[in-house]
Design a protein around this ligand. Structure first.
Ligand code: FES
Ligand SMILES: [Fe+2]
Length: 436
């Protein structure tokens, strides 16, 4: 349970708010590269409470600027892409990706007026078929080259706009137990009502194993986030749900099986769920040049939330919790240790930013950023055929917090002593650079 003030600190993301300032230290996906083409060179976007215009100019450069033209405020999303920027529809002024006005066609010849005219602009970069934005102070950190964005394979992207705050979306990733109930039990009930027998059987077989009764959950804090583990059904600590687990990359990314799931704070009550998926090609399949994109609706035509696939059920749960879930009246149990831990990490990192520091998982070393590879259960590591654990076959489980969900209950002996900047946590379980 939180106070109303604590809940606001964790959920408000606009300019000047503690969480907004923390989030502005990271790169966030705002569009797929294929969403900006010759037919649709501009896109209105909203990120961290600010309305912006994303565009691709005639030379292929991507810019992210404030919507209003500096002249007489026409919306630049109606502009024309030119070689060096976007030309306003109203009187033809051109702005480049730095927000600098570079052309005022109706001002007198030789006028230097344009040099004094600038609009707000943020950095945008593309990687893996995704456009990322950075809205924080200079110098910008490096755009993290996470394995799913960099490794060769068949990549596709999806985006889903959700009418709820980012934190309830992401707290789901610190809550392993929900798989047993939301996906296996409720999901099975939903599928039973909606699907023919063979689809139900396939669902139950697939979801039943991963969503078997949870006996223990564990969390390891690393310098890039948290590794989450679960011991389910009759699995042992040698099985991958426990041995490997999967990481939650600070502050808002889940890395699971074949994909990355970014919970991008659009504003206090909206989240862009941006998913990047990487599969290894089937035998004989060519790797396509283009990374595809699909905008997926969260709702059915009748207004109910789509819930007939795993991600849809997650999204249904987040939307069900309301626009900003009321944490002043929640009641957390033993199974919520990961959520409590993660809120503490957020609070700690907001304080780091307030004190002028770089928060955790900000990447600034180019040598480290060639490729960032993480331990993820059931991930298809290219080049490691025959080993499901890829380069992490010798990974050592070192949880900082565990909770027994049967038998003796919670076990958290080191709870209050955990420090994220503890040198023993640096780089734990992550490989950087050339790993193949
Ligand atoms: S309003 Fe944009 S050029 Fe006049
Ligand atoms: Fe889930």
């Amino acid at each position: 349970m939180l106070t109303a003030e604590q809940n606001e600190r964790l959920t408000r993301v606009g300019p000047g708010t503690p969480m907004g300032e923390l989030m502005r230290r990271y790169w966030h996906p705002i569009a797929a590269s294929v969403e900006l083409d010759a037919d649709n060179p501009t896109k209105e976007v909203r990120l961290l409470g600010e309305d912006l215009v994303l565009y691709r100019d005639g030379s292929g450069t991507v810019g992210l600027i404030e919507p209003s033209c500096a002249h007489r405020k026409a919306n630049l999303s109606y502009g024309i892409p030119e070689e060096n920027g976007i030309r306003c529809a109203y009187h033809g002024w051109v702005f480049n990706e730095q927000g600098q006005c570079v052309d005022q066609p109706s001002e007198p010849e030789g006028s230097k007026f344009k040099e004094k005219v600038r609009i707000k602009a943020y950095q945008a970069q593309e990687l893996g078929g995704v456009v990322f934005a950075y809205m924080g102070p200079a110098p910008a950190p490096l755009l993290p080259r996470v394995d799913v964005l960099v490794w060769p394979g068949v990549r596709r992207t999806q985006s889903i706009m959700l009418p709820c705050n980012w934190l309830q979306c992401h707290e789901n990733s610190l809550d392993p137990l929900h798989f047993q109930w939301l996906h296996r039990y409720w999901g099975g009930w939903v599928m039973n009502k909606q699907k023919p027998q063979e689809e139900r059987d396939a669902w139950n077989a697939r979801i039943g194993a991963r969503g078997a009764d949870h006996r223990k959950i564990g969390f390891e804090i690393t310098d890039y986030g948290v590794i989450k583990r679960r011991l389910v059904g009759d699995e042992t600590e040698q099985d991958d749900h426990w041995r490997m687990g999967h990481p939650i990359l600070f502050p808002n990314i889940l890395h699971i099986t074949s994909n990355l799931q970014y919970r991008v704070p659009v504003d206090d009550t909206h989240t862009l769920h941006f998913v990047v998926d990487l599969r290894q090609p089937e035998a004989g399949q060519e790797i396509p040049d283009v990374v595809t994109h699909e905008r997926v609706p969260a709702f059915n035509d009748d207004g109910t939330i789509k819930s007939d696939w795993v991600l849809g059920q997650d999204q249904a749960a987040w939307i069900m919790q309301g626009p900003v879930t009321d944490r002043t009246t929640e009641r957390l149990g033993v199974s919520d240790v990961g959520i409590i831990m993660f809120r503490r990490m957020l609070e700690e990192q907001m304080r780091v930013v307030a004190d002028g520091g770089d928060p955790m998982n900000v990447v600034r070393n180019p040598d480290e950023n060639e490729i960032l590879v993480y331990p993820v259960e059931h991930f298809e590591y290219p080049g490691y055929e025959g080993s499901r654990r890829g380069p992490f076959k010798d990974v050592v489980v070192r949880n900082d917090i565990e909770a027994e969900l049967s038998g003796e209950g919670a076990s958290r002996p080191e709870w209050d002593g955990i420090q994220i900047d503890d040198p023993s946590k640096v780089g734990r379980g992550r490989l950087v650079g050339d790993v193949l």
